[in-house]
Design a protein around this ligand. Structure first.
Ligand code: XIL
Length: 382
């Protein structure tokens, strides 16, 4: 017995230790966004090249702990992936996909056909003149087929066409539209599907709650379906402000897209905490304004009142998404921390904005805990 006592107490100590160690691990998992939201929708983030190459180690820690889905913020856009005709640069995109696979993340591709961040060569001949419809279709086909087939089976969904429709429901007068006509969209969907028949295909746009744009997107979805083409979802970018859109407007848009028989994806969520130079500023990256000091009021941090209003607004949006999770397949943040956000330079360069879930010190904002707690309470009530 004398020999047994120390052995028994050792066993007991070990049992208590391993129990608390398990408990600790369990708690960590329970307090992540991806764990809390796992029955609702995928929760994602956009990655920049510092994330992709592992330079921003603190951000990468957040990505692997909190998110289960990723999209590339820039490196798959045509100006980066095919800067010169026929010369593809895949290094960043390859690394991005590799990172996603190693960490078991759902990977989406952004974006194949867009009027912005497309190199000039795409539309012009060697004399600088616009190419013919046939040539542009051929270039589009080659671009889409090369990029999509490289990541066949690995990238699960593609933003095939980005921002082709204006707020009033008319077609954007982009080079793709001017040279090819409105069927550039159906052709893009066709080429993407031919390159990877299993990949989900999305149409993606901003100001997606405007009635005119919303109804035109639904018409587009229907017309693609009538042509027998694959379209799985509508991406609502979600570059939102503190006072626009109203939750009712946003809910109505979610309902309308879902009723068209496609998945709804919130693809580029950020909520600017700054005054907006104009209502419904949108997200057309060329529509910038000159810097004005009075539009940059919080360079030394957010006042408490604005910070609580921001957390409340983000919380209400997440509540809306959670309540509509039967319609929403994914919510993706457009960046990891406030320091990364494109909103620091859009629509006005050089401002200090606070639009994301994690602050410049990589700390989760209060709303993150609130989302997790809300779901925990709901689960334990079941
Ligand atoms: C933005 C990036 O965040 C910036 O880094 C880049 O300079 C411009 O593009 N809609 C989109 C995104 O579909 O690709 C844009 O991303 C933001 C608006």
């Amino acid at each position: 017995m004398k020999v047994l006592t120390p052995i028994l107490s050792l066993c007991l100590a070990f049992a208590i230790f391993s129990c608390s160690a398990n408990k600790k691990e369990y708690e960590v998992k329970e307090t992540s966004l991806k764990e809390a939201l796992k029955d609702k929708f995928l929760i994602g983030t956009a990655l920049n090249t510092n994330h992709i190459w592992g330079k921003d180690t603190a951000a990468i820690k957040i990505v692997t702990e909190q998110f289960n889905s990723i999209v590339a913020e820039n490196c798959m856009k045509s100006m980066y992936i095919q800067p010169t005709e026929g010369e593809f640069y895949f290094k960043d995109a390859d690394k991005f996909v590799e990172y996603g696979e190693q960490n078991n993340l759902y990977i989406t591709g952004h974006t194949l056909i867009w009027h912005s961040q497309t190199p000039d060569w795409f539309f012009t001949d060697d004399k600088g003149k616009d190419v013919s419809r046939e040539v542009l279709i051929e270039r589009m086909k080659n671009h889409i087929k090369t990029v999509v087939s490289r990541y066949k089976g690995r990238i699960k969904g593609w933003d095939v066409v980005n921002e082709a429709i204006l707020e009033d429901g008319s077609w954007r007068n982009s080079k793709f539209y001017k040279i090819i006509g409105e069927d550039f969209i159906s052709l893009a969907f066709q080429f993407a599907h031919e390159a990877d028949p299993d990949a989900e295909l999305y149409y993606n746009d901003y100001n997606e709650w405007h009635a005119g744009k919303r109804d035109a997107i639904v018409k587009l979805v229907n017309s693609l379906k009538e042509k027998g083409l694959r379209i799985d979802g509508v991406g609502m970018q979600g570059h939102l402000g503190m006072d626009y859109p109203s939750l009712d407007e946003y809910r109505a848009a979610i309902d309308t897209y879902s009723s068209a028989g496609v998945k709804v994806l919130i693809t580029e969520l950020d909520v600017s905490a700054l005054p907006s130079p104009r209502r419904d500023i949108g997200a057309n990256i060329a529509d910038t304004e000159a810097y004005r000091q009075e539009m940059n009021p919080y360079t030394n941090g957010l006042p408490d009142s604005i910070s609580s209003a921001w957390n409340k607004r983000m919380g209400e949006l997440f509540n809306l998404f959670i309540d509509n999770s039967d319609k929403i397949a994914r919510v993706t943040m457009w960046g990891v921390t406030d320091g990364d956000s494109w909103k620091n330079n859009y629509p006005m360069p050089g401002r200090t904005d606070y639009p994301l879930l994690f602050d410049r010190q990589y700390k989760a904002k209060p709303v993150v805990k609130e989302i997790i707690n809300k779901l925990k309470v709901k689960k334990s009530k079941k």
